[in-house]
Every structure is written in C-alpha cells, then in structure tokens.
Design a protein around this ligand. Sequence first.
Ligand code: TXA
Ligand code: MG
Length: 316
Amino acid sequence: MSGKHDSPQVRVADAAGIAAAAALLRGGGLVAVPTETVYGLAARADSADAVAAIYRAKGRPDFNPLIVHVPDLARAEELVMIDDRARKLAAAFWPGALTMVLPLRDGARIAPAVTAGLPTLALRCPAHPAMRALLEEGDLALAAPSANRSGGVSPTTAAHVVQSLGEQVPLVLDGGACAAGIESTIVALRADGSWQVLRPGPITEAQISAILGAPAGLVTSDRIEAPGQLASHYAPGKPVRLNAAAAHPDEFLIGFGPVAGAVSLSSAGDLAEAAARLYDCLHQAAGAAQPRIAIAPIPDEGIGIAINDRLRRAAV
Ligand code: TXA
Ligand code: MG
C-alpha cells in the first residue's frame, strides 16, 4: 500500500467508522486513529508492506522503531515475554499511557521493520474507547507512531493529522481531542532486573517506582535506544524561547498560570490541562503571524517533567 489520496476521509469514530477502519487495516492500509495520548498512524504490525507505508507517510528514519498497540495483556503475551514486573505495571496502568519495552518472543508475528532490528518490542494497551473498539474489532496488533511528519509537532485532534499528513493518509478516525495530550511514558524493563524511563510521559517515574522500587542498576547513556528522543523533535518550524516571562514584539507567547500569553496552556496553572493543550498551542503558534515562539516557565514536577522534555526538544 502506498500512494497519495487527494484528501483524507475524516470519519467520526462510531461503529460504522470503526468497521471501515478495521477493514482498511486488515487489508494492509493506513488509518490515523485517536488514542488518549496523541493520534497514531496505524498499520497491522505483522505486515512488512503495511509497516513500510507508515515509515513512508511519516518520512521517518528507519532506525526508529514503532510502538505496537494491543487490546489486553493476553494479546501482549503472544508478542513479548511478560515477567512479574510487567504484570504489575500492566495491572496498575493498562489500559493507559504506559508503553513497556520487553523482550520480543521467538516467532512473534511482528514485521522486522517494527522493531528496527532490536530484540525488544515496545507495547502499549491504549485506553481510548474508539481505539479499544478498533483493536477488538480488527483483531490485529497495530503499530502506530504519532500521526505527524517525522520530527514535527504531534497531533491531538483529527484536524492536526490532516494538516500534517494530508494526502498521505486515506482515513482519519475522529475520536475528539486527546485527553492526556502527550505521548505515553516509555519504560524499558531489562533482563538484569533494572528498569529505566526512556521517555517521560503521563505516568511519572515516581508512579512506576512506587510499584517496582527504585530504578536499580546502571543508568547508562543509551538515550538512542528510544530514538524518538533525538534532540530535535516536536519542531514547530520557528525558533522557540523557553522560560519567558513576557513576549518580545516578534514572538507569539504561550502562557501558563500567571503568564498570560496569546494563548495559555492553563491559566489556572494546572499541569494536566497544560499537557492536554500543549501540542494544540504549538500548532497555533506555528500558524501565527509572529516569526518566533516564546513559552512561559512550566514547573518541572509530575507531568510537567514530560512537558518540559517535549519543550526542550521543540526549542532545539
Ligand atoms: O502515546 C504514544 O506512545 C503514541 C500513541 C500513538 O500511542 N505513540 C508514539 O509512537 O509516540 P512514536 O513512534 O512517535 O514513538 C515511539 C517511541 C520512539 O521514541 C521509539 O524510539 C521508541 O518508542 N521505541 C519503540 N520501540 C522501541 C524499543 N524496542 N526499544 C526502545 N524504544 C523503542
Ligand atoms: Mg512521535
């Protein structure tokens, strides 16, 4: 499957829309799907051709592996080795915004391009009802990175997907604005018993520590293990200045709390609201008349850690 579509079809994620999406996916096609974190660009994970179409549509470097989405833990067990730690984390956080990196099972039906050759697989069980219905109905494990051009700002509405990928995607399933608004937390559970957060997200390291204990073991500088963590990412296409108390004349200011701005992540200073609005504000800033973007300081606590991680990369 490849090729361009004059304009993507945007369909409400009702029963008929989900059935149409499932049929397209079964046939090896691409569908942009809503999740509680960000919109994903989905394809069946067992088809090399379907997965290749994701990389093409995103313009994604092919060393960057994809997250696979499953409806439940039983489905995950068919693909990876689930140990005690994974079982505990799944019980606590699935369905939800936690991705676990686990050893790939021998003979798992996963196209090699999904893992980019790694012996591990990143797996997530999403909570969005439309995505859950699609996973059940399609009876497929779905590879789905965020539904944006590689390196660009992630999409939290169907309109963002259309703006970013346009004719690259035949069907966008519209499930409304994403509730969490920021990509899942990625945790690697290592064979030596250690674990590490590879990408901060809605589930904090403190929440994971509360279940697994401290992330014992050597913390190595293996950030490239999650290549989505490359320094420049989430780029709005304009210079970004962080920790701004006020706007310069040529800046579009994104506010937070007492810093008002042209738009605000959360005038109440609520970090969950700020995460949910982050990418929409960056999309607005990218489309604004001002040639530069400034962003108010965000407290580096809770989900604020994930927000600041994304902002630092947007500012590179
Ligand atoms: O919230 C999310 O996770 C969204 C929604 C659509 O589910 N998906 C998402 O996927 O953010 P993507 O492809 O944009 O980010 C995938 C991240 C990348 O940083 C990638 O390097 C990392 O997951 N990753 C995938 N497989 C991995 C593996 N085997 N080991 C380490 N990191 C891996
Ligand atoms: Mg992404």
